[in-house]
Design a protein around this ligand. Structure first.
Ligand SMILES: [Zn+2]
Length: 257
C-alpha cells in the first residue's frame, strides 16, 4: 500500500518558521509585513495591534498630564520628542478623530486654542479624578459624552480594551476631536491616574508606584527615617561604627607595612 505523501505546509507557515515565528501567529495575523532588505516576514496579530494601541494611549495620557502641569521649573520635554511644538503634539493627540491627510485639510491650531483645550482638560481631570465627580463633556454643542468614574479596570497594556469608544472613522473639528480623545482616555485609564501623596502631582500609576517620581519617593523615605524615634541614636551608632572601622583599617595598614 502506498502511503499518502505528507502535504507541504503552506508557504506562509514556511515563512513563519524561517522568521522564527509560530504557525499560529501566521494564522492569526491581521497584518503581514513582507520580507524586505534581508529582514524576514513579520506577522502582527490583533493582540499586537491592541497592545500597540494601549501603549500609544498611555503615552498620550502621560503627555497630557505633563502638559497641564508644566511649570517653568518643570517644562514638558520627555513626551514631546524631536522638538515637536505644542500644537503639533496636540494635533497628534487628536489625530484619530481630527482631519488627517486625505480628509479635509488639517487645521492650524492657535496658541489661544491650545491654552483653552489644555485648560479644559485640566478642569475635567481635576473634577473626574481628584473630586471623583461625574463629568459631562459637550462636543460641538450638539453631542454629549457622559459617564461616571469607571469601576472597571483594564490591566493595560497586557489586557487592552477590546472596543474603541467611538468609531475610529469619526472626523470631528479639532476641539471636538480633543474632547473625544480625552473622554476615551479617561474612561480607559482614569483609574490609573493618581495624585502624588508628597507633592500632589498627577501621574499614571504603574505597578505599585505611590509617588510621582523617584525624588518624591526618596524625600518621603528620608523624612520617615528622620522622624523615627531612634533616628538620633542610630545615626550616632553608625558614626561610632564607622570610626571603629577606620581605626581598624589604619591599624591593619600599619601592621602590613
Ligand atoms: Zn511627587
Amino acid at each position: 500500500m502506498m502511503r499518502a505523501k505528507k502535504p507541504e505546509s503552506p508557504p506562509l507557515y514556511q515563512a513563519a518558521r524561517t522568521a522564527g515565528e509560530s504557525e499560529r501567529r501566521a494564522r492569526d495575523a491581521v497584518v503581514i509585513h513582507p520580507a524586505q532588505n534581508g529582514q524576514p516576514v513579520k506577522f502582527e496579530t490583533l493582540d499586537d495591534v491592541r497592545r500597540q494601541l494601549a501603549l500609544m494611549d498611555l503615552i498620550d495620557l502621560d503627555w497630557l498630564l505633563e502638559e497641564i502641569q508644566a511649570t517653568p521649573t518643570r517644562p514638558v520635554t520627555i513626551n514631546r520628542p524631536n522638538g515637536m511644538t505644542q500644537g503639533d503634539r496636540l494635533k497628534k493627540f487628536c489625530c484619530e478623530y481630527a482631519p488627517v491627510p486625505g480628509h479635509p485639510a488639517p487645521e492650524e491650531v492657535s496658541q489661544q486654542q491650545i491654552d483653552d483645550l489644555l485648560g479644559k482638560a485640566k478642569a475635567y481631570i481635576q473634577r473626574f479624578i481628584i473630586d471623583y465627580e461625574p463629568i459631562e463633556i459637550p462636543i460641538a454643542g450638539r453631542q454629549r459624552i457622559d459617564w461616571h468614574p469607571s469601576k472597571k479596570t483594564w490591566l493595560s497594556p497586557d489586557n487592552p480594551p477590546k472596543t474603541r469608544f467611538v468609531d475610529a472613522n469619526t472626523i470631528a473639528p479639532l476641539p471636538a476631536a480633543f474632547c473625544i480623545r480625552l473622554a476615551e482616555l479617561l474612561i480607559r485609564y482614569g483609574h490609573l491616574i493618581r495624585a502624588c501623596t508628597n507633592c500632589r502631582r498627577l501621574f499614571i500609576k504603574k505597578k505599585r508606584q505611590e509617588y510621582c517620581s523617584k525624588t518624591c519617593s526618596q524625600t518621603v523615605r528620608n523624612a520617615k527615617a528622620r522622624s523615627a524615634p531612634d533616628w538620633q541614636e542610630r545615626q550616632h551608632s553608625y558614626y561610632e561604627e564607622r570610626k571603629k572601622q577606620k581605626a581598624l583599617q589604619a591599624a591593619g595598614a600599619v601592621q602590613n607595612k
